[in-house]
Structure formats: structure tokens, C-alpha cells
Ligand binder design. Structure first.
Ligand SMILES: *Cc1c(COP(=O)(O)O)cnc(C)c1O
Length: 465
């Protein structure tokens, strides 16, 4: 198994090189050279595996034989050993048609921990094995930053810098990132929104001289390893629900979506043979992807602040991976469309491709009031407190499915991270001790305005310190 770029000018390269490259050097995204397809027999055998065993089983198809099994096993054990639930990603039944896949039992209480705790271990492994300096650079709408910092703080050979949009992350998200004391961590609070942060990161990674001179490494979902780690819980939750219902039939997944990373992992699981019915793409008012699925036009609109800030994204960096597959793995066409997107700010796909999109995805954009109403409803009806992102996923299930279908809705964050929205529902929640403790700690962050050269100046100081 090797890796190639969606724009056709990189590859084939190995697993560790793909991990270290992050964004492909031709500006595209890396994808596996072929997608392994698993038989029903294999999948049924996997039903009895623990979460950690399942990670190893799935990764074995993707690592190109580059990591000795004992090393991988050790990294996986360390990555998920810090989770508060022995199942790592347990599934909760709400009613016969709806299960919640709880992805928030890691150290920073959001689903980003699943991939980023592993990537932290993996970067540390590469730094040690290859004696490499690694400078992780990323943008966050709140959760990625906290999780990535947690994964590598204090680690030898690694520095991490995270850009977040000033005032556009929740208080708990900000505290999780900025109360970390280790010197290998730099938080840049950037005037602007998440798209501005992500664009600067992409520009720095696209400058290949800057990238190699500064040992840049990516933790955003432009990194394929992040996607891969996230495919695991689609399999795991399918198996748990199948055991509960005694059925082996297609199940829908509803995914609160921002950068299209998580739902792309679900698409990959489906391509690998998991019986996935509809992939339901749930957005908030930043609904560029909903419009793409309904109309085949990909065109960012005006940025909106919502109750679900981790999904306040207009330009979904991972979308290009799906575009590559839906256009029949035609790198030249992807190249053309992405060039067009850069100059014209909008692209549309052919009618035939749109039909394919609509056979695979449903989509629904949830507005603010509906998000809050869903939180209140589920608290009243099921005594289950949804976070505002998860509420978007659940509201989309109600809109996009019929009686009798079985749905797994991804619970992407713990409600304590987004108390601002929970309070608006008139609900008072009790914080987990780890989160309460954050409010007493001093914060460290550097404010910069939205200019690339100011970010570069801060990076220079940090890397040369
Ligand atoms: C990041 C995030 C999302 C969106 O995931 P993508 O992979 O960017 O689509 C949804 N919910 C929460 C809580 C998140 O942190």
C-alpha cells in the first residue's frame, strides 16, 4: 500500500513519508494508491476484537509494512490508554432507530482525540527513530488544537504551534489550549476566522522551501493518518450495533461536518466494504457542503458564527479527497477544478457525478434555533445531554431518514466544552473535574493580526528559541 496525490504529481510514496508530508507537495491531498476491500467473513471475524485490536487490524492494510507490529501495538496502547472509557468509543442506544457513537472520552473531550493522541505517539516515534526535529503546525476551530497539544506537549524533538481565531472558540476550548505550560507549545490567537487560519497554514505548507527548512508537520485532516485513525470507529460502532440488533444490514451514519475529514473516514469505511447505508452530512449555517450535495456546486458563502464553533468552516480542506473519488480518480480533472476554485472561488461537478454524490450522501443544514431545540428535546425525552455539534447530527437524522432505518449519529464532543449553548437551553450542567480545573490555571497565548508575515515572524522566534 502506497500513497499518491489527488493532483497526480506525487507518488507513490510510503506510509511514514505520507504521514510526514501532510499536504502533498503538489498542493493536493494524499490518498492510498488503492482502497482495500474486506470480505464479509473478515468483517464478521473483526466483531469480536477490542477497539485497540481493531486499530491494528485496519492499520495493517495501510502501513506498507513500515512499522514493526510490536511498535505499532505499543503506540496504540499508549494512545488509547488515556481514554476514560474502556471501550474507547462506546455506543449508546437512544431508541431502536438511533444510536449515539460517543467519541468524547479522550483527554480533551472531543473526537479529535481519537486520531490526534495516536498521531502524537507516531510523531514522537518518528522523531526518536529517525532523530528528526518535528515542528507541528496547525489551524484549529477549537478541538484539534487542544487535542494535538495534549498529544505532544513536553515530547522530545517536537514543537507545536497552533493558530486559532481570536474569540471564535469556546471558553473551554481556549483554556484547554492556552493553559498548557510546556515550552514546546506556542498558541497564536489570530485576528480573523478559522478559514483565515487554515489558509495561512496551507500557504506555509505549500512553500516547500519553508516547509523543509522548518521541519513542518501537519495535524489537520489534510494528513491521511488522521482520516485512517477515524475509520476505525465506523467499523467498531457498526459491530456493536449489529450485535445489539442481531442484524447485519446497512446502517446510516450521521456526521456533524466542518472540514469533511470525519465523514470522509466514513466514506472510506464504506468503500472498504462496511455495510453503510446513507452518509448523512450535518452542517450548521455554514452550509457550503449541504449545498454541494444538493446542487453539485461548491461555493463558500459568508462566514457565520454559530453555537457549534468547531463546524464554523466554509472551505473544507478535505473535500478534495472525495472530489477525487467521485470524479473517478481523475487527477487531471481534480487539478483543473482546484485551479478554477482558486481563481473563480466556485466549482461545479458534472450531472453524472452529482447523481453519484446523491446516491451516497444525504445532507441537512441545521440552524441555531433548531440546534438548541434539539438539545432541549433530547434532554427532556431521553435525559441525554447533546453538545451542539452532536445535536446537528441528530437533527439531520430526523430530517433525512425514514421509519425502520437504523442510524448511528456521531457524538463528536462532550457538552461541557460548549456550555455557552447549553446555558441558552436553560440547562445547568455539572462539569467533569478535568474541565473545572482549567478555570484556575494561567493562560499563555500570543495575539497576532491576520497577516501571514506576522505569523512567520512568531514562528521564527519559536523555532530558533
Ligand atoms: C472538528 C469537529 C467537527 C467537524 O469535523 P470535520 O472532520 O472537520 O468535518 C464536528 N464536531 C466537533 C465537536 C469537532 O471538533
Amino acid at each position: 500500500m502506497e500513497y499518491i496525490s489527488t493532483r497526480g504529481k506525487i507518488g507513490k510514496i510510503g506510509f511514514i513519508d505520507a504521514f510526514m508530508m501532510g499536504l502533498a507537495d503538489d498542493g493536493g491531498l494524499l490518498v492510498p494508491s488503492e482502497i482495500p476491500v474486506l470480505s464479509e467473513t473478515t468483517l464478521k471475524e473483526w466483531q469480536s476484537l477490542s477497539y485497540q485490536e481493531l486499530v491494528l487490524a485496519i492499520f495493517s492494510y495501510f502501513t506498507n509494512g513500515e512499522i514493526p507490529e510490536a511498535d505499532l501495538k505499543e503506540m496504540v496502547a499508549a494512545s488509547y490508554g488515556t481514554f476514560r472509557d474502556p471501550e474507547v468509543t462506546p455506543v449508546r442506544r437512544i431508541h431502536d432507530g438511533l444510536y449515539l457513537l460517543e467519541l468524547f472520552h479522550g483527554p480533551t473531550f472531543a473526537f479529535k482525540d481519537i486520531a490526534l493522541q495516536f498521531m502524537g505517539q507516531f510523531y514522537s516515534y518518528v522523531a526518536t527513530k529517525q532523530g528528526k526535529k518535528i515542528h507541528i503546525l496547525g489551524a484549529t476551530s477549537g478541538d484539534t488544537g487542544a487535542s494535538a497539544i495534549e498529544g505532544v506537549k513536553g515530547k522530545e524533538g517536537i514543537k507545536i504551534c497552533i493558530l486559532h481565531p481570536t474569540g471564535k472558540v469556546s471558553k473551554v476550548q481556549e483554556l484547554q489550549m492556552t493553559t498548557v505550560r510546556e515550552d514546546n507549545v506556542l498558541n497564536l490567537s489570530v485576528e480573523g476566522n478559522f478559514d483565515d487560519c487554515q489558509r495561512m497554514i496551507k500557504e506555509l505548507f505549500a512553500d516547500l522551501d519553508f516547509k523543509s527548512a522548518n521541519h513542518l508537520a501537519a495535524i489537520n485532516s489534510i494528513n491521511f493518518v488522521r482520516i485512517l485513525a477515524q475509520t476505525v470507529y465506523y467499523f467498531y460502532s457498526y459491530f456493536q450495533v449489529s450485535k445489539a440488533t442481531g442484524k447485519w444490514e446497512p446502517v446510516n451514519f450521521s456526521v456533524p461536518t466542518g472540514n469533511f475529514g470525519d465523514i470522509f473516514a466514513g466514506y472510506l469505511a464504506k468503500r472498504m466494504g462496511l455495510p453503510v447505508g446513507k452518509l448523512i452530512l450535518a452542517t450548521n449555517e455554514n452550509n457550503i457542503l449541504e449545498r454541494f450535495i444538493h446542487e453539485g456546486v461548491y461555493m463558500p458563502g459568508d462566514f457565520r458564527m454559530t453555537y457549534s464553533p468547531s463546524m464554523d468552516i466554509q472551505v473544507a480542506s478535505n473535500f478534495e479527497r472525495y472530489l477525487y473519488y467521485v470524479l473517478g480518480e481523475d487527477a487531471a480533472q481534480v487539478n483543473r477544478l482546484m485551479e478554477q476554485f482558486k481563481t473563480e472561488g466556485e466549482i461545479s461537478i458534472p450531472e453524472e457525478a452529482l447523481r453519484k454524490v446523491q446516491s451516497e450522501f444525504a445532507a441537512y443544514g441545521v440552524d441555531g434555533q433548531e440546534c438548541l431545540d434539539t438539545i432541549s428535546d433530547y434532554q427532556a425525552k431521553y435525559c441525554y445531554l447533546l453538545d451542539p455539534h452532536t445535536a446537528c447530527g441528530v437533527a439531520a437524522v430526523e430530517k433525512c431518514t425514514d421509519e425502520g432505518e437504523i442510524n448511528i449519529s456521531l457524538a463528536t464532543a462532550h457538552p461541557a466544552k460548549f456550555d455557552e449553548a447549553i446555558r441558552l437551553c436553560g440547562i445547568e450542567q455539572k462539569f467533569p473535574a478535568e474541565i473545572s480545573a482549567l478555570f484556575d490555571k494561567p493562560q499563555r497565548q500570543t495575539l497576532v493580526d491576520g497577516k501571514l508575515e506576522d505569523v512567520v515572524a512568531e514562528l521564527d522566534k519559536f523555532y530558533n528559541a
